[in-house]
Ligand binder design. Structure first.
Ligand code: C5P
Length: 230
């Protein structure tokens, strides 16, 4: 089997998106950001006027979601109904509301099916020509691709995660930025944890703790795990 599927899970601010994307780039693999799919689904519900409190309506909207994701790690794209929503799905409004979709079990089942379809396509062809894919999210190592060749849980201390997110959003990690970020990181992970378990590594999943590593060191640590598995 020449194709490689790498599954990476972790909490907000663990650096999993940047790390996974860079790992994919270096290995010539596709990159699947599953969080972007949850964000796109949330954006679509808001765009269509679907109340996020109405679980049945949200499930229906997600089933009908006209979503196309591009998996080139040099420029992953998220298109909904012909509109490029790559920027629109990163607002704090979407971040603060995405858990409504993430905690909807029918929505999870639908997005999980689509994620498995992308992974399967990359295993045999697709953008990567069958080289494979790095897929990152909250439940990839456990639910979406438990049979992945490589499974990594990327963790970091709460302190490190808060500081990273604060710098990302506010350009600084001073007290005000940290407290403005706390709700987004801590509350969202607490909400997400009610439906997916991503704080502790499942059986066979390798933990990489990035608290004291910079991006390059974390990428190298994950590449090491991939090398050992290949
Ligand atoms: O990774 P990112 O912060 O973009 O993910 C956005 C949200 O999507 C998460 O907070 C979580 O609610 C949801 N998510 C999920 N399962 C995944 C990926 C993301 O529930 N596999």
């Amino acid at each position: 089997d020449v194709s490689t599927v790498v599954a990476v899970d972790g909490p907000s601010g663990s650096g999993k998106s940047s790390v996974s994307r860079e790992v994919a780039r270096r290995l010539g693999l596709a990159f699947l950001d599953t969080g972007a799919m949850y964000r796109a689904a949330t954006w679509w519900c808001l765009d269509q006027g679907v109340p996020l409190t109405d679980q049945v309506a949200v499930a229906q909207a997600v089933r009908d979601l006209p979503l196309v994701v591009g998996v080139d790690p040099d420029g992953p794209t998220v298109v909904v109904d012909g509109r490029d929503v790559g920027v629109a799905i990163r607002t704090t409004e979407i971040s603060s509301r995405v858990s409504a979709v993430a905690t909807n079990l029918e929505a999870r089942a639908e997005l999980g099916r689509r994620q498995r379809a992308v992974i399967e396509a990359e295993r045999t062809g697709g953008w990567s020509d069958g080289r494979g894919v790095v897929a990152e999210g909250r439940d990839i190592t456990t639910v979406v691709a438990p049979d992945a060749d490589v499974r990594v849980l990327l963790t970091a201390s709460e302190e490190a995660r808060l500081a990273r997110r604060a710098r990302e959003l506010h350009g600084t990690a001073d007290a005000a930025a940290l407290s403005a970020t706390r709700d987004q990181v801590v509350r969202r992970d607490a909400d997400d944890s009610t439906v997916v378990q991503f704080q502790v590594a499942a059986d066979g999943v390798v933990t990489v703790d990035s608290s004291d590593l910079d991006l390059e060191q974390t990428v190298e640590a994950v590449l090491d795990v991939v090398e050992r598995a290949r």
